[in-house]
Design a protein around this ligand. Sequence first.
Ligand code: C2E
Ligand code: MG
Ligand code: MG
Length: 736
Amino acid sequence: MGREARSWVIPALVAAVLAGQGIALLEPGQRPNIMGLTILVLDVIGFGAALRAARRGDTALWRMIAIGRLCSLLTSLVLAAAGITGNDVMWWVGLSLRLVSFVFVAAAVLFTPGRRLSARGRLAYLSETITVVAGGFMVVWYFAIDPVIQQSSPGLVWIREVGYPLGDLLMLLAVAVSLLRGAASRAAGPMALLIAGMGIYLAGDVFWSGVQMREQQMLVTSPVAGALLAVGSLLMTLAPMRVRGPEPRPGRDARSELRWSTHLPVTAMVISGTLIAAVTVAEHDLLPWGGLVLGLITMNAAITTRQVISLRESRDQIVTDPLTALANRTGLFEAITRESRQSAGLLLIDLDGFKPINDAYGHAAGDTVLVEFAHLLRSSVRTEDVVARLGGDEFVALLPGVDDAERAGGVAQRILTTLLARPVQLGDDTVPIRASIGLTISTPGETAKDLLRRADLAMYQIKRAGTHGWIAYDPSMADRRAEDAALSDDLSKALARNELQVLFQPIVELPEGLPKATEALVRWNHPVHGTVSPVRFIPLAERSGAIHDIGLFVLERACEQLREWPSLYMSVNLSPRQLQRPTLVLDVLAVLQRTGIEATRLVLEVTESAIVDQSAIDVLTALRSHGIRIAVDDFGTGYSSLQYLTRLPVDVLKIDRSFVARLDGTPEGSAIVEAVLRLSEVLHLATVAEGIETAEQAAELYQLGCTSGQGYLYSRPRTAQELNVNMPALNVMPDR
Ligand code: C2E
Ligand code: MG
Ligand code: MG
C-alpha cells in the first residue's frame, strides 16, 4: 500500500467505526451485531497491518501484536461458532483464546525497550509501576473479581469472570510500564497510539465487567462499554499503519524524567483512595472501618504530596544553576523547546576579562561577580524572558516573541549600559565588569543547538573585536575559531623564525613637526599571509600568552634602536596580559640594562582596560619608581571614570585618533580633545594626539594647546632605515 492509499484508508476506517457506533447508539437491538462485526473487522485489518509493520519497524513487537490480533480474531470466530452450534467446549476455547490474545498484546508492549535506567532509577520505576498496578488491582478487585467470588462457586466460569479481569490487569501493567519508561517517545507515533488504544480498550473491558456484574446486564446493551472497546481496538489497528521505521529509543537525559507520566502513580493513589472512601460509605462499613480508612487516606495524601514536592525539587535541581539560581543549560534547552512555536531573540553573553578577576581576587570574588551579573541580567529583561547561565562566565537571555535583531539589540545595549554603570565592589576595589554579546533570532521550530551555535558565532566575532559590544548573527559570519587557532599556532613559532619586525612612527612636536620620540609598532611577516596587522595577531598573542615574549622582543628591539637616536625617547606598547606577569618589572629593567638605555627615555603605553585592578596599578607604580613613564593609550575609548584617572600612576594621555578625526573647526568637533587637554593640564600630564592626518588637524590641535602628536601627516610607521633616510632630523637633533 503506497502513501496515497494510506491517506484515505485511515480516515475511512475511522469514519466506518464511528458510523457503527452512531447506529449502535440509536438501535439498541443492533448493538451485539455491530459490536461483533466492528471487533472482527478491526482484528482482521489490525492483524495485516501488524504483520506489515513487523517488516518495517520493531519486528518482535509487531509480530507479537499480530499474534494477539489473530487470537482475538479466532476468539470472535470460535465464539460465533459456539453460539450457532451450542458447543460448550468451543465456548471455553474461545474465551481462553481471548485471554491468550491479551497476554500477547501485553507482552509485546512490556518487552519494548524504554529509556535506560540507573540502578536507583530502576527501583523508582518499579515502585511507580507497582503503585499504578495496585491501584488498578483495587478497582478490578472491587468491580470484577470480588463479585464473582461472592456470587458463583469455583468452576470454569471463573476463567471468564476472574481470568478476564486478571487479563485486564496484565494490560494495565503493560500500559503503566510503557508510560513510565517513556517507551512512547513521540506523541502521535505508533507506540503512543498503541498504548492509548490499549488503555481505552482496558477501560471498556473493566466497564463491561463492572456493568455485567453489578447490574446483571449484558455488556452488549451498554453503549459506553461498546464504544470504548471499539475505539480502543481502532487505535490499536491504526498504530501499526503508522509505522515507518523503528521507534526512536528515548535517551537517558533528564528531560524524559519530567514527563506527564510521572503523575501516573499520583493519579493511581487518588483513584484508589477515592474508591476506598466511597466503598466504605456505600457499604455502610463506617464502623469500624471509617476511621481507619480516613487515617490511611490522609496519610497517603500527605505522602503523595511530599512525593510531588520532591519531584518538583529534583526537577528544579536539574534545570537550575545553583550559584545564580538562573536556569542552567538543561533549563534553557527546555525553555527554547517550549517557546519554539514562535520566534525568539537569543542573547549569548560572555563576560570580558572574567578570568583575570578570578585569578587576581580569588574564586569567591569571581562568584560575587557572577551572582551580581545574574541579578543585573534578570532585572534587565521582562519577566517572561528566560535567563540562564551555561557555565563559567557565559550567560543567555531568551526573549520569546522578540522577532527582530534590532529589538534584541536594544536589550543587549541596555544590558551593556547597565553593566557599565554598575562596577562591582571587590574588597577595596571597584572593578568594572564588561561583556560581549552575540545575538540571533530563532525561526519557529528551530533546535536549541542551532540557535546557540549562531549566537556563539556572533559572540566570538564581537569578542575578538575586543570592543565589549554586541553584534547580531549574520549568515556571512564565518567561524573564525579554526582560522584563529591556526594563526595562533603559527604565531607561537614566529619569533623563532624571525618573522616579527618592529617599525617606528615618529612622535613630533607641534607645530614644527620635529621628532622627539618614536613609537615602536610590531609587524608580522607571515610566510603565507604576508604582513599581518598587530590588530589581528596581538589579541591572539594575548589569549595564548605569546604576548609576553613578543612584548619583550619589541622592547629589546626598540631600546637597541634608541641607541642610534640619542636625542629621542621611545614609546612601547604593553598589553594587559603582560602586566599580569609577576616578573614584568624585572624583565623590563633587564632589557634597559642590556641595551644601556636610561629608564627616563622609555614610555610604556597601556590601554585603560589594562588598568582594571590594583595589581596592575601596583606594577605601573613600580615601573614608574624606576623612572619609566606611563602613557594611557587610546585615551577616551575605555570606560575608566575620570575620578579613577586621578589615582592612576600615569604621565601621558594619548588622545585617541577617533577624537582627532572629529576635529573640523567647530566647538562640537573639538569638545572631547579640549576636555582631555584641560584634564591633563589639571593633573599635570603630558598629551600626545594620535592619528594626525591633515595639516588642519595639526593646526587646530596646536591652537587648542596640544604640543605633540603622531600621524600619517608626519610619517607612517617605518623601518628604522627608512626613517633615517626620510627624517634626517632624527639624527641631527641636538640633545634636549
Ligand atoms: P596604538 O598603540 O594606538 O598605535 C597606533 C596605531 O595607529 C598604529 O597602528 C598606527 O599605525 C596607527 N596610526 C598612526 N598614525 C595614524 C594615522 O594618522 N591614521 C590612522 N588611521 N592610523 C594611524 P598599528 O601599527 O596597526 O597598531 C595597532 C595597535 O596594535 C596599536 O595601537 C597597539 O595597540 C597594538 N600594537 C602594535 N604594536 C604592539 C606591540 O608591540 N605590543 C603591543 N602590546 N601592542 C602593539
Ligand atoms: Mg600605542
Ligand atoms: Mg593608540
